[in-house]
Design a protein around this ligand. Structure first.
Ligand SMILES: NC(=O)c1ccc[n+]([C@@H]2O[C@H](COP(=O)([O-])OP(=O)(O)OC[C@H]3O[C@@H](n4cnc5c(N)ncnc54)[C@H](OP(=O)(O)O)[C@@H]3O)[C@@H](O)[C@H]2O)c1
Length: 250
């Protein structure tokens, strides 16, 4: 069976994707910043490795320990809802280090073996916030749009070598820890100029009358990327993602 390595498997889309591939008999390397053996069913097809995508040593060790990787899924990431003016420099840096450079570093670490074998699949998880111009998520959006941009070029570069490259764009998912992990980075609620924008943002993310993305939708989109050679470069990760992407002509 093929081997898939997934980043950010401690919760949300990464964990759900690891479960799906395990259930379908794949060899799964579930990576986490803090390895936790209790999150996934014990299996001879499962390996759990420590991996922080912002740490070059951690990347080198995990990729070395992983060995053969058929499919790489760059899922690790976080959000920071904040008006651009109020976003702390360390938050800007952390967003790009994790979402953009973390993804790029993983690609650079795993690509040589795929290129040499003339086979493999890279799946980078970005977001539908890259599809629409929205306030309050500007820096997060930029960190993910940068991934879209280099992934599109990578797809062209890898075409002659038989390595497929895809972008999975999830919509808004209240099912994961994304909101909880973003909350400490929320800025502007106490600023009279920005508060209305933030309040509208919070209202939008709590709106349960519109379609949302389920973790299973994202796992299914990653399954499609991994297994269907005719899958498009950009794959929506949920019902809302499908609507947004269709509206934008993506
Ligand atoms: N949920 C949404 O609405 C949504 C929408 C569009 C796109 N996305 C994207 O989907 C991906 C998964 O998010 P999610 O919704 O599943 O959220 P989540 O439940 O918070 O999962 C994020 C995962 O990334 C990991 N992570 C964060 N920083 C890391 C680092 N430096 N190194 C390795 N792992 C790290 C987290 O690990 P820890 O437990 O150690 O923090 C966690 O496992 C992210 O890239 C996110 O930007 C989410």
């Amino acid at each position: 069976m093929p081997t898939i390595l997934i980043t950010g498997c401690s919760s949300g889309f990464g964990l759900e994707t690891a479960k799906l591939f395990l259930a379908r008999g794949w060899d799964v390397i579930a990576t986490m910043r803090t390895p936790n053996e209790d999150l996934l069913p014990a299996s001879e097809h499962l390996r759990i490795l420590a991996l922080d995508v912002t740490k070059p040593d951690s990347i080198a060790q995990a990729v070395q320990a992983a060995g053969h990787i058929d499919v790489l899924v760059n899922n690790a990431g976080f959000g920071a809802p904040s008006p651009i003016e109020l976003t702390a420099p360390e938050t800007v840096e952390a967003l790009f280090q994790t979402n953009t450079i973390g993804t790029l570093s993983m690609v650079q670490a795993v690509l040589p073996q795929m290129r040499q074998r003339r086979s493999g699949v890279v799946v980078n998880v970005t977001s539908t916030v890259t599809v629409k111009t929205l306030p309050v998520v500007g820096i997060y959006r930029a960190s993910k749009a940068a991934v879209n941009a280099f992934t599109e070029s990578l797809a062209l570069e890898m075409q002659p070598f038989g390595v497929r490259v895809h972008i999975v764009l999830p919509g808004r998912s209240p099912e994961t820890n994304f909101g909880v992990n973003a909350r400490p980075h929320l800025r502007g609620m106490d600023d009279p100029d920005y508060a209305p924008l933030l309040q509208q943002f919070v209202k939008n993310v709590q709106d349960d009358t519109v379609p949302v993305t389920h973790a299973s939708d994202v796992a299914a989109a990653i399954w499609k990327a991994a297994t269907d050679p005719s899958a498009p470069l950009r794959i929506p990760g949920g019902k809302d993602a499908e609507l947004w992407m269709a509206e934008a002509g993506w």
